[in-house]
Design a protein around this ligand. Structure first.
Ligand code: SIN
Length: 282
């Protein structure tokens, strides 16, 4: 059956139908799917009936399985974590800030695969922001400020024992398995503007959740620039609002997008299975 690609009509994103991912794809299908992914940056494949091993196999069409340094995993599948929130949970929504996954790693993940299992009837959309468009559409005075700048990334604010997902958060009853650690305090520098090594496109690689400061700037200067950047790069004109369906697989490119979870589903369970896709190099 032929693959049908329907662009979202928003800044990025496409719906891909006509593939049955519970079956092995041919090399030609994988190559076509990867190319659609690189073009649209985030693809949604509805009505997929995937066992955990299928999810792992499909993720590997896009790259090797990546690390998840601060997540637990579902039983029997060390590569799959549950993005989960229970109906009666009172903890803050996980990852409700624009970020790119694990940007503090030396080679951050190429992509992420997320599979909808329990989808609430309202809320819980995922927002994506196209950072190639954000780079290309940057006001000259902002471009001047970010050219040649290196950002210092770290997971401390989220995953250190005193971070947002640290011990207090665990004690408040978060259902998702998060493993805070002192290791989260390590830092890693990355240029603020990166060239995607598969598409050649330049993008902003600025992840509010993980950037601590910018090299050569005071904390105050760093915070002012981070705020100015965040306002620019998350504008609605760069966004795609993804609405979930049960049995829908979404795969996004972390090198050219930011994403953010959203709430609005208190009183309903939400459960998705996630596999991180490693990159081969920066
Ligand atoms: C994530 O950032 O991995 C979670 C996204 C979501 O829950 O919508």
């Amino acid at each position: 059956m032929n693959m049908t690609v329907t662009p979202s009509g928003e800044a990025c994103g496409a719906r891909v139908e006509g593939l049955d991912l519970s079956q092995h794809l041919t090399d030609a299908q994988i190559s076509e799917l990867r190319s659609v992914w690189l073009t649209h940056k985030v693809i949604a494949l509805p009505n997929q009936h995937l066992r955990p091993e299928d999810l792992e196999r499909v993720a590997q069409y896009f790259g090797e399985i990546g690390e998840d340094p601060f997540f637990g995993h579902i039983d029997g599948y060390p590569n799959i974590c549950a993005i989960q929130r229970d109906a009666d949970e009172k903890t803050p929504i996980f990852a409700e800030i624009f970020h790119t996954d694990w940007s503090f790693m030396e080679v951050p993940p190429a992509g992420t695969a997320l599979f909808g299992i329990t989808i609430p009837p309202q809320g819980g959309d995922t927002l994506f922001a196209d950072q190639v468009k954000a780079y290309n559409d940057m006001p000259e005075q902002l471009r001047h400020k970010v050219d040649g700048v290196t950002a210092i990334h770290s997971a401390a604010a989220g995953y250190a024992p005193d971070g947002a997902y640290g011990q207090d958060d665990q004690d408040n009853g978060r259902s998702m398995q998060i493993k805070p650690s002192e290791k989260a305090r390590e830092t890693c520098p990355h240029p603020l503007i990166r060239t995607h090594h598969e598409t050649g496109e330049k993008a902003l690689f600025s992840s509010a959740a993980y950037i601590q400061c910018f090299e050569g700037m005071t904390l105050e200067e760093s915070q002012a620039l981070a705020m100015e950047l965040y306002v620019h790069q998350t504008q609605e004109k760069f966004q795609y609002r993804h609405k979930w369906e049960k049995d829908m697989l979404v795969i996004w490119d972390n090198r050219s997008l930011l994403h953010s979870a959203t709430g609005g589903y208190d009183g309903y369970d939400r459960l998705l299975h996630r596999v991180t896709i490693a990159d081969t190099r920066w």
